[in-house]
Design a protein around this ligand. Structure first.
Ligand code: SF4
Length: 285
């Protein structure tokens, strides 16, 4: 497999490889990737594999096998402590759940000492509600306008990613970046790269669908009708026309979702779409 990966990298070809668990697949692609002299993204589905690659395989290659390459591990923004939001929170800490207050002194001390701001350095519960106030999302991060932008952990992690030969990410981050690159905004999360290796590639379809697929639900059609009516709330001259239009939209939506439900029943159901459809489907994102 290592030879096949090396050849694919050299000849710029696609390669699909499959091998059983525990046979050394990771090393079989990491070695040629590290030796290729190009920037290679390694994308995986699970945290367990990322931790294995970052904590065991990469150190093994660098420290024990003497391979000289720069590696970085980039996670989604919400994994990093946000200096701006953290400072705001610290001024008047309020906790979503009372038991989380006990963790605050630990988090606060760590936030002053950490080099990475990566929450995985702390043994925090997965469902720590307060973390939302201590991290940023694409909506809450003010980017270059933030006064902590230069020393921000996300900025630093991205700078390190920009200097790496091998960059470890997960499928979500990879496709979020791809979606942003292909959108009109043209914004990028990842640095430019030459090669991408997908490990745990069986999970790609679901993640790619999330970023490039289209979802419709009866809830969203109803909501569109409600929004349209609200938009002409102060225009009595348009109200009756809009009531007719949204009434027709609602009826067309009901016919559509009924037809989908009938089709799925007749065809024995489909694994994907069935979950999101139905005469009264639940909201889906
Ligand atoms: S740049 Fe964004 S993530 Fe970084 S400190 Fe500022 S708001 Fe937080």
């Amino acid at each position: 497999m290592a030879r096949a990966v090396e050849r694919a990298l050299r000849e710029r070809r696609y390669l699909v490889a499959e091998a059983g668990t525990g046979t050394g697949k990771t090393l079989a692609y990491l070695v040629p990737a590290a030796l290729s002299g190009r920037r290679v993204i390694v994308s995986t589905a699970t945290k367990t594999l990322q931790e294995q690659i970052w904590g065991k395989d990469i150190p093994l290659l660098r420290e024990r096998c003497g391979l000289d390459f720069a590696a970085a591990y980039l996670k989604g923004r919400s994994n990093y402590y946000c200096l701006a939001r953290g400072a705001e929170f610290a001024r008047a800490p309020t906790f979503a759940a009372r038991e989380e207050a006990a963790l605050w002194p630990v988090i606060e001390a760590w936030s002053r000492a950490t080099e990475t701001g990566d929450r995985s350095e702390l043994d925090l519960p997965d469902q720590l509600h307060t973390w939302k106030d201590l991290s940023a999302t694409a909506e809450t991060c003010t980017g270059r306008e933030c006064e902590r932008y230069e020393d921000c952990f996300v900025t630093r992690a991205r700078a390190l990613a920009g200097q790496s030969d091998v960059l470890l990410v997960n499928h979500h981050l990879f496709f979020a970046d791809l979606a942003m690159r292909t959108s009109r905004a043209g914004v990028e999360i990842l640095p430019d790269y030459d090669v991408v290796i997908f490990d745990e590639a069986h999970a790609l379809e679901e993640v790619a669908t999330e970023y490039f697929g289209l979802q419709v639900s009866s809830y969203r059609v109803d909501e569109l009708g409600r929004d349209a009516l609200r938009a002409v709330g102060d225009r009595p001259d348009l109200a009756s026309m809009m009531r007719d239009a949204t009434g027709e939209l609602r009826r067309a939506g009901e016919r559509f979702f009924q037809a989908v439900a009938d089709g799925l029943r007749a065809g024995g159901g489909g694994a994907g779409p069935q979950r999101g459809f139905g005469a009264r489907g639940a909201p889906r994102g």
